[in-house]
Design a protein. Structure first.
Lengths: 263, 268
C-alpha cells in the first residue's frame, strides 16, 4: 500500500470512529433525558435491579470469595517478609474496597449482565418489538432502555459492596482460620486503617462510574445491533470487549485523579 | 374538516439510500371507513409505504397527510399524537416475548391511559374475545402458534380503538383456515368499528375478497388501481400478470444479468 492510499484510509477510519463516538454521546444524552420518566414508574426499574443485580449475586459472591482467599495467601507471603503479617486484614480490605471490588465486579458485570442486556435489546429489535412500540407512540428509550440503565447504575455499587464484603471474609478464612493470624489484630488494623471517605468513598465513586459505563455500552450495542443473528452475536462480543477496556482505562484515570486530590 | 380521504399520499418519492429509489412519484388516497389493499410483489415498496404513513421515515419528495395534517417526522409531538390514532399489525406480530398474551394486549392501555385495573381487564378480554382468543389470555407468547400470534397482535393493535389499522402481510405464512379467519376478522372489525383499514399483501384472492379498493404497485410505481372487479377486468399486461400469477411477462423471471453466453463464458 502506498502513502497516497494510506492517508485517505486513515482519514476515513478516524472519521467513522469520531462519528460513532459523537453518535454515542447523543444517545447518552437522550437516555439521560428519559431517566426522569422511568423514575415515575419505578416498578420497571425494580424489575431490572432484580434481573441485573439478583441474578449476578452468585457469580459475584463466588468470585469475591476466591479473590479474598488469594489475597489472604499472597498478602501473607509478602507481609510476613517484613514481619507485618498482622496487617493482613488492612491489606485485604484496602485492596478490595479501593480497587479489586469495583473493577472485578465491573468486569464480571459486563460478562454476566451486560451481555444479556445487549442480546435482549438486540433480539427485541430483530423481532420488531421496538418498532412496534415506536408505532404505538411509546418511546422505547423511555420504556425499555432507561429503566435498564437506572437498574444497572443502582445494582453495580451494591454488587461491588457484596464482592468486597465476601472477599474480606475470604481473607479472614485464609489469614485467621488457616494461617493463624491473631483475629484481634486482623480486624482492629482494618478498622483503624480504612477510611470511610478516602477508601470506601473512592470505591463507591468508581463502581458508580463503571455502572454507568457498562450498562450504557450494553444498551447502546443492543440498540444499534444489526437485526440478524450475526449482528446480535457481534454486538454481544463488542459489549464485553468495549466495557472491559473502558473499565480498565477509566480505573486508571479515576485512580490517578483520586491520588492527586489532596487529602 | 372531514374529507373522504383519511390518508393522502401525494407524489411521494423515497429511497433508503440516495442511489436506490424504492418508491417513485406515487400518489394514493385511502378512503375513510373502507378497506384498501396495496398489492405487489415482494420488495416492491409496499411495507415502505406503511412506514412512511407511520412516520418512521420521511419521504424524499412529496407529502403524506393523516386526516388533513401533513406528517412531519421531525415533530415528535405531532408524530406521537397521530400514532395514537393508528394501530399496526406487523407481519410476524412483533409481540413482546417477555409478557403474556393478556399483558401484550394491555400494554398500550397501560401506557396511554390511567384506567383502573378492572376496566383494563374488561377491555383486554373484550378485544381477545373479538379475535377468539379470550381463553388464551394467560398463555406465554412462546406457547402460541403463528396464526394465534397474528390474532393477538391484532387484538393489541385495536386495543385503543384506532381510526386507522394497518396490516402488513396479514396472510403471509398462514394455513388456509387461519387465512380465512384473518380475512373475516379484518372485514368484520372494519365494519363493526368504522375504522379505516389498509392491507399490504400479495395474496390476490384474499385481498380481493375483503377489500373495497386496491392499488397495485410494481417496482416503485403504481401500475393499476380500482375496485377488485375493475382490476380483474383490466387489460393492462402488468396487472394481468400479477393477478393471474403468471411466472413471466412484463415483470421478468430473471433478475437483470449479462447475456447467458457471457455469464457462462461460452460461444466466443
Amino acid at each position: 500500500m502506498n502513502f497516497a492510499d494510506f492517508l485517505p484510509r486513515l482519514g476515513r477510519w478516524a472519521l467513522s470512529y469520531l462519528f460513532r463516538l459523537g453518535h454515542a454521546a447523543f444517545f447518552f444524552v437522550e437516555l439521560l433525558k428519559s431517566l426522569p420518566a422511568s423514575l415515575r414508574r419505578f416498578y420497571l426499574v425494580v424489575a431490572q435491579i432484580h434481573a441485573i443485580g439478583n441474578y449476578s449475586l452468585v457469580i459475584i459472591a463466588a468470585s469475591g470469595l476466591a479473590v479474598g482467599f488469594v489475597l489472604g495467601l499472597q498478602g501473607y507471603y509478602t507481609l510476613s517478609r517484613y514481619g507485618a503479617a498482622e496487617s493482613l486484614g488492612l491489606l485485604v480490605a484496602l485492596s478490595l474496597v479501593r480497587e479489586l471490588g469495583p473493577v472485578v465486579t465491573a468486569l464480571l458485570f459486563a460478562g454476566r449482565a451486560g451481555t444479556s442486556l445487549t442480546a435482549e435489546i438486540g433480539l427485541m429489535k430483530a423481532g420488531e418489538q421496538l418498532a412496534a412500540m415506536e408505532l404505538m407512540a411509546i418511546d422505547p428509550k423511555q420504556r425499555v432502555l432507561a429503566p435498564r440503565l437506572l437498574g444497572g447504575i443502582i445494582a453495580m455499587p451494591l454488587l461491588a459492596a457484596m464482592f468486597s464484603a465476601v472477599g474480606i471474609f475470604g481473607g479472614y478464612v485464609v489469614g485467621v482460620l488457616m494461617i493463624g493470624i491473631d483475629p484481634g489484630q486482623f480486624w482492629s488494623q482494618m478498622q483503624g486503617g480504612v477510611d470511610v471517605w478516602d477508601d470506601v468513598g473512592n470505591g463507591i465513586i468508581k463502581s458508580f462510574v463503571f455502572g454507568v459505563t457498562c450498562t450504557f455500552v450494553a444498551l447502546l450495542e443492543g440498540y444499534e445491533a444489526n437485526a440478524t443473528p450475526e449482528g446480535v452475536a457481534q454486538a454481544t462480543t463488542r459489549t464485553v470487549v468495549i466495557s472491559s477496556l473502558a473499565v480498565l482505562l477509566l480505573d486508571f484515570v479515576l485512580t490517578a485523579v483520586m491520588f492527586s486530590t489532596p487529602r | 374538516m372531514t374529507s373522504d380521504a383519511l390518508i393522502t399520499v401525494d407524489r411521494v418519492t423515497f429511497g433508503y439510500e440516495a442511489s436506490r429509489t424504492i418508491l417513485e412519484d406515487v400518489s394514493l388516497t385511502f378512503a375513510r371507513g373502507k378497506i384498501t389493499a396495496i398489492m405487489g410483489g415482494s420488495g416492491c415498496g409496499k411495507t415502505t409505504l406503511l412506514r412512511l404513513i407511520g412516520g418512521v421515515h420521511a419521504p424524499n419528495k412529496g407529502t403524506v397527510s393523516f386526516d388533513g395534517e401533513v406528517i412531519d417526522t421531525r415533530n415528535r409531538e405531532q408524530l406521537y399524537r397521530l400514532r395514537r390514532r393508528l394501530g399496526m399489525l406487523f407481519q410476524f406480530g412483533a409481540l413482546f416475548t417477555d409478557l403474556t398474551v393478556f399483558e401484550n394486549v394491555a400494554f398500550p392501555l397501560r401506557e396511554h391511559t390511567k384506567l383502573p385495573e378492572s376496566m383494563i381487564r374488561d377491555i383486554v378480554l373484550l378485544k381477545l374475545n373479538a379475535v377468539g382468543l379470550r381463553g388464551a389470555a394467560q398463555l406465554r407468547i412462546s406457547e402460541v402458534s403463528g396464526g394465534m400470534a397474528r390474532r393477538v397482535a391484532l387484538a393489541r393493535a385495536i386495543a385503543l380503538d384506532p381510526e386507522l389499522i394497518m396490516y402488513d402481510e396479514p396472510f403471509a405464512g398462514l394455513d388456509p383456515i387461519s387465512m380465512g379467519v384473518a380475512a373475516n376478522l379484518i372485514r368484520h372489525l372494519n365494519d363493526a368499528t368504522g375504522a379505516t383499514s389498509l392491507i399490504v399483501s400479495h395474496d390476490v384472492k384474499e385481498c380481493f375478497l375483503i377489500s373495497d379498493y386496491a392499488y397495485l404497485i410494481s417496482s416503485g410505481r403504481i401500475v393499476g388501481h380500482g375496485t377488485p372487479a375493475e382490476l380483474k377486468a383490466s387489460d393492462d399486461p402488468e396487472v394481468r400478470q400479477f393477478i393471474r400469477g403468471e411466472p413471466d411477462g412484463p415483470v421478468p423471471f430473471h433478475y437483470p444479468a449479462p447475456p447467458v453466453a457471457e455469464g457462462f463464458g461460452i460461444g466466443r
